[in-house]
Design a protein around this ligand. Structure first.
Ligand SMILES: C[S@@+](CC[C@H](N)C(=O)[O-])C[C@H]1O[C@@H](n2cnc3c(N)ncnc32)[C@H](O)[C@@H]1O
Length: 265
């Protein structure tokens, strides 16, 4: 607890990122991982081996980019760092103790960037009812001639989450325009992955499952706001035991259905 408070105080992030709660969310992921790591293990193994298969498709290995790398639980970091000349870990926030984990890789750097390109401008219109919410136009690395490999790892469904919670709290925008923002951000990320140079791997959760003690699914929530994931047929599916009971609820598990596509592009 003390370490978490210290990390919160020591990590640098912009006012919008802090206001939307990205930092405690990231620190919370690490704490949950520590509590339920055995339950996460199959998901982590699936992610890592799918990423390695995606990496095998790269004939040239100059630069690799990990989008949503965060704490890197789900990324085979040693293998990627050994295979590529340069690796960039992109995340909206890098808790300061996470930087410690990657310090031993001399060719790995962390970039704190909002991959949707909307968070800053959304923050400034969040309490103004008459102002339109921004459209997402990700441009990072699009013109990078050295980029050979990109992984979007457990990021896609997360992109609208913190902005949506923040907007709902501000009460200035309708549920309809907040949902439209969420769909736009997800669609823009998929289009962005298509536009990137080099090979691309996509791993994302697509559905939240609420499961009772009899192992019955009692509720399903679509995490992509009705958007259909293209290339689904080329992917693999598995369950991520994200929050086994009583982690988030005394009578239910909250799991995720995950899709991984080693050859997204
Ligand atoms: C579920 S976590 C991914 C798991 C992560 N690979 C790990 O092992 O901890 C989602 C990550 O996406 C990041 N993220 C959320 N919105 C983002 C945005 N707009 N731009 C960049 N990263 C974002 C979060 O900070 C978080 O680290």
């Amino acid at each position: 607890m003390l370490l978490e408070l210290l990390e919160n105080a020591l990590t640098r992030c912009s006012r919008p990122v802090r206001a939307m709660g990205y930092l405690p969310e990231a620190i919370g992921i690490r704490s949950r991982f520590r509590r339920v790591r055995d339950h996460w293990q199959p998901h982590i193994q699936n992610c890592r081996s799918l990423i390695l298969r995606g990496m095998d498709r790269c004939s040239s290995r100059r630069k690799a980019v990990i989008l949503g790398g965060g704490l890197l639980h789900d990324v085979p970091m040693a293998e990627i760092a050994a295979a590529f000349q340069e690796v960039v870990i992109v995340d909206i926030v890098h808790p300061c103790f996470s930087r410690w984990v990657t310090r031993k890789y001399k060719n790995v750097r962390r970039l704190a960037v909002d991959i949707t390109n909307t968070v800053e401008s959304l923050y400034w219109v969040s309490d103004e009812p008459e102002k339109h919410l921004p459209r997402s136009q990700p441009e990072l690395f699009i013109d990078d001639p050295e980029l050979d490999f990109t992984v979007s790892v457990n990021l896609l469904s997360q992109l609208p989450c913190m902005p949506m919670t923040f907007l709902s709290r501000q009460k200035a925008h309708s549920a309809k325009s907040i949902n439209a923002y969420a769909r736009d951000v997800i669609q823009a990320h998929l289009d962005y992955l298509d536009r990137l140079p080099g090979k691309v791997v996509l791993i994302t959760d697509v559905e939240r499952l609420k499961i009772d003690m009899m192992r019955r699914v009692v509720e399903r929530k679509d995490l992509l706001f009705g958007l259909k994931l293209p290339k689904l047929g080329e992917g693999e599916e598995w369950e991520w035991q994200l929050a086994p009971c009583p982690e988030a609820d005394p009578k239910h598990h909250f799991f995720r259905r995950v899709v991984g596509i080693a050859g997204w592009k």
